[in-house]
Design a protein around this ligand. Structure first.
Ligand SMILES: O=P(O)(O)OC[C@@H](O)[C@@H](O)c1c[nH]c2ccccc12
Length: 270
């Protein structure tokens, strides 16, 4: 499938840059901190499982946060984040592998490496507990196959979050053997966010899969809405980082980790 004409120009530019990046050459081998266990212990402790994302900037953000990512990470954990996500994409998100390394050294929670991995050697950049593979971007010519990359990532010890946006992408993720699936509420063709995306896609995903609602979650109501629709965890960036403003990251995180934790169970009763 050739989607190059449909993808937003900002996203195309991210992909073009990603194609150029290689790995370090040395094969990474990691002993990961379990993501499902981290969600489980947050739930047991009465918190909504949240992956808080360190994203200094992005094509849709206004401004850039320049404070120390390690400080931000500690504030997120203090606010009850079950896991962290760190952008390592340098050109459009202000990320780096070094940032992820420093953050992972400073906290005990699992850390997701957020990047645009298109080839196996791009897995060999930095140790992380989880890596992201985006179904949509692995359909283009010249990229590795999703199923092969999933195996390659697991061989290195990584857990894998497979990102989807539609039911047919979920189908592909399941066929490839994904056991942690994210549904991105942000549409990569227009960069518009619609929380209805998660609600419409979630029902096709089996119970056995760890299911994550990604993007566009701003308020406690949004968090509750995603939990009611079946999210085991929420991936939140902008609402916690609050780009451009020196707001309280701990309080921003706490607001969402203390959103209605009964919401996920409520649906199973009805
Ligand atoms: O800032 P938000 O709307 O809370 O979104 C976080 C996260 O879901 C988003 O950054 C994201 C989802 N998938 C991605 C893939 C690459 C880079 C970034 C992303």
């Amino acid at each position: 499938m050739d989607d190059s004409e449909e993808i937003a120009p900002a996203v195309q530019s991210i992909l073009d840059a990603a194609r150029e990046r290689g790995g370090s050459g040395d094969r990474v081998s990691v002993t990961p901190r379990s993501l499902p266990d981290a969600f489980e212990s947050a739930s047991t402790a009465g918190r909504t499982p949240v992956i808080a994302e360190i994203k200094p900037t992005s094509p849709t953000a206004e401004g850039e946060r320049t404070d120390d990512p390690v400080d931000l990470a500690q504030q997120m954990v203090e606010g009850g984040a079950a896991a962290l996500s760190v952008l390592t994409e340098p050109e459009h998100f202000g990320g780096s592998a070094e940032t992820l390394e420093r953050v992972r050294d400073a906290v005990d929670v699992p850390v997701l490496r957020k990047d645009f991995i298109l080839h196996e050697d791009q897995l060999d950049v930095v140790e992380a507990d989880v890596v992201l593979l985006i179904v949509r971007f692995l359909e283009a010519d010249g990229t590795d196959d999703l199923a092969d990359l999933l195996v390659a990532a697991r061989e290195r010890g990584f857990q894998v979050l497979v990102e989807t946006h539609t039911a047919s992408e979920v189908e592909k993720a399941l066929e490839a053997g994904a056991d942690i699936i994210g549904v991105n509420n942000r549409d990569l063709t227009e960069l518009a966010v619609d929380l209805g995306t998660f609600e419409s896609v979630a029902p096709v995903i089996p119970e056995s899969v760890t299911l994550i609602a990604e993007s566009g979650i701003q308020t406690e109501e949004d968090a509750t809405r995603m939990r009611r629709a079946g999210a085991d965890a929420l991936l939140v960036g902008s609402a916690i980082m609050d780009h451009g403003a020196a707001t309280d990251v701990t309080a921003n995180t706490r607001r969402l980790t203390h959103a209605d934790t009964d919401a996920a169970e409520t649906t199973t009763d009805t």
